[in-house]
Structures are given as C-alpha cells and as structure tokens.
Design a protein around this ligand. Structure first.
Ligand code: GMT
Length: 376
C-alpha cells in the first residue's frame, strides 16, 4: 500500500505512535510518506520505503497567524495525486484529520483515497470537545473511512462526547520490545544519577493534564522514608510549577530536571519506578515504554491507564489527586526488593504479551485493507 501519515513531529505520544507505525509498515514493504512541518524526531530517513514531505509555508505580512493548515491541505492533495496514495492516515483529529478531508474535497470526485483517523486522547478529551473545535472534530470523525482510538476508554469517551454512530476500532499503543529493553549499567551511562538509592522517573510534556506538581508531592513523601532521586524528563507549561513544588519541599538536591530528551530509554533503565499521576490519560505511552524497560508504574485510575497497568501485578493505580495513596504504593514497592523486581519483570512481560508492535501493526494493516475494500 501507499500510505500517507500526517502527524505532529514533536515529542508527544501521537507523533511517536505515528512514526513508529510508519517505520514498521515500511519494514513490511509498504511505502510510507510522512507529512509534517519538520521531520518527526523518531524518524530515521535512511530506511527504505520511507519518505518525508515538509509542509512549506509562504510567509506574508498579511498573515497574522501563518495558515499552516491550508498549506497542509495543499500538500496532502499534491501527494495523493503525485504519489498515488491509497490511504491518508491522520494522527490526531485536529487539524490533521480535518485537513485530510479537505484535501480530498480539493481533489474532487475522482479521488479514491481513503482517510483513516487515529484519535489519541486530548484531541477528544480536551481540544476536540472544546466548543471552538467540537463541530470540526465531529465532522472529521463522521467523514473518516475508518476511525481508531488508542484504548477502550477513549472509544467510549468519543461515543459519549460526539454521539457518533460510526464504529470506532480500538488499536492500542504499541512497543517493539526487541528494540526497547532495560539497558545494563544505565546509571553509569547517565553519570549524574548516583549508583545507590532509589530512582523514580516521570516523562511527559508537562501540561496541566499530567499534574506534574503531584509527581513532586508523591516524591516528597517517598523521600522522607527512603534515599531516592526523582528524574523529571520533558518540558512544558508546568515546568515552573514543578520547580516551585521542588523548592517548597526543599528537594533541590534530589530532583533532577532533564528537559526534553529524544531518547528516554537510558533514563527509564536507571529507574525503579515510573510515576504518571495524570488527570486524564487515554493510554499512557510513556508508561508502556517504562514497562518495556522492566519498570513498574504508579499511576492514576483514569482513562486507558487501567487497560495498561495491571493493578497489583505491574504497578498500582489510585484516584486522581490521591497523592497519599500513590506515595504509599510507591513506598510499599520500594521497600520490598523482591516485589519490586517481580513487578518489573511482570511489567515487561505484559508489555511484550499485550502491546508488542508485532501484534498491533498487523491490526492497522488489516484495518487499512478493510477500509480499502469499503467494508468498515
Ligand atoms: O499527552 C501526551 O503525552 C501527548 C499526547 C499526544 O497527543 O501527543 O498523547 C496522547 O496520545 C498518546 C499516544 O496515543 C497516548 O499514549 C497518551 O495517553 C495521550 N495523552 C493523553 O491522553 C493526555
């Protein structure tokens, strides 16, 4: 198949899933065209069957806000025609799915290209449900030839929020555990993480939905009982709030801010626990990456997280905002070496058994085939 993938190129989970999917599809012999405003950060452009097309923008003094979406529509239409795309796979409803539909409109009746949309989470829960985007999000869902969501929770929320009649197929986030695993001697590799003591890690884009100050508050409780460091990986609007919380708890020596990192595997490999106390989380790709590195996850019981984390087996879940319970679970694990190791192994096992790329990528392939056959 000739597949166009439209995605965000930056460090969000939707862009990572889109890129990893494209790379796996190319390995299976499909031709994959990535379309974005810069190369997706996980994309190596030397792989056979993979192409990248940059959306170029005309700068013009009249444009107060550069009309990226219009240039994207134009680029998608151009590529459908020139590269004879069979499928446009839009990751994230806004603006990618909407732009794919408009590109098809521009091409007219003769275009037989199919539009598949993957809903990733905030495109439904935060952005798409906002009155400023709700109509075009519903339009994008209704007009898609196929829709997937990354968890049953998101599937349900899509039906509830948009009252759509269309079938929303669940295809989970995935990980290639042959490539992602716990690196030996990771602490030595990183250098600034001490060889002894416990290490907790949080990776996100530091948006309010991630509740980064809760991460610090959980760590503060843990630190009162055990020698530990907290690695904060990522950046975003809650960076300052996290810094303030660190100062308020007097944890300056024990919390390390790493900023945005392209490769988080060495940091995850240095960790004993992964913290994800999100307000909402449609799946939690960062937690899956941690699990593949044999790191148990302490997270909130929200969105798709209960589908990922098996409570009491691969980590623990507690209510959103229940810092005390989340910290108690963390302490319970950190004070029992054999339970910690057992849960780490169970976490990796669950990642490989249920969320392996070899399981999910064929589901996307089969889904495309059904859409092309007009059967979805
Ligand atoms: O919240 C993020 O980390 C980024 C965001 C995105 O759209 O890039 O992630 C969403 O999509 C990921 C991939 O499908 C999911 O694993 C995340 O759970 C989801 N984030 C939220 O729902 C908050």
């Amino acid at each position: 198949m000739n597949i166009g993938i439209v995605c965000y190129p930056t460090h969000g989970g939707s862009g990572v899933v889109a890129t990893e999917l494209g790379k796996e599809l190319a390995l299976l012999g499909h031709t994959v065209h990535f379309i974005s405003y810069q190369p997706p950060f996980r994309l190596e452009l030397f792989q056979p069957n993979v192409y990248y097309h940059e959306v170029e923008m005309l700068g013009y003094p009249l444009f107060k806000y550069p009309p990226y979406t219009l240039a994207l529509i134009n680029k998608i239409a151009e590529l459908v025609e020139r590269e004879k795309l069979d499928i446009i796979h839009a990751h994230y409803a806004i603006p990618h799915s909407f732009c794919a539909h408009l590109a098809r409109e521009v091409l007219g009746e003769s275009s037989r290209v199919k539009v598949v949309t993957t809903l990733h989470g905030t495109d439904i829960t935060l952005v798409g449900s906002d009155p400023s985007f709700k109509r075009i999000t519903r339009f994008s869902i209704e007009k898609s030839d196929g829709i997937t969501a990354v968890s049953h929770s998101l599937q349900e929320e899509t039906h509830q929020t948009f009252n759509v009649t269309k079938t929303v197929e669940v295809i989970y986030n995935f990980i290639n555990t042959k490539r992602v695993f716990r690196l030996p001697a990771a602490r030595k590799l990183i250098g600034c993480v001490p060889a002894t003591g416990r290490v907790l890690v949080h990776v996100s884009n530091f948006r309010p939905v991630k509740r980064v100050p809760d991460v610090v508050a959980i760590f503060a409780k843990v630190r009162r009982e055990v020698d530990a460091k907290l690695l904060l990986v990522g950046d975003g609007v809650q960076r300052q709030a996290a810094q303030d919380a660190v100062e308020q708890f007097g944890l300056q020596r024990d919390v390390l801010f790493f900023g945005v990192q392209d490769n988080v595997i060495p940091l995850l490999s240095a960790a004993d626990l992964f913290l994800l106390p999100s307000e909402k989380e449609s799946f939690g790709l960062g937690a899956l990456e941690a699990m593949a590195c044999s790191v148990p996850v302490i997270a909130t019981r929200t969105g798709g997280l209960p589908e990922l984390v098996a409570h009491g087996e691969t980590g623990y879940l507690a209510a959103v905002g229940d810092v005390a319970a989340l910290a108690d679970y963390a302490l319970q694990l950190l004070s029992d070496e054999s339970l910690l190791r057992q849960m780490g192994e169970a976490a990796r096992h669950r990642a490989a058994e249920r969320f392996e790329s070899e399981l999910m990528v064929p589901q996307y392939e089969a889904f495309y085939q059904r859409v092309l056959a007009g059967g979805n």
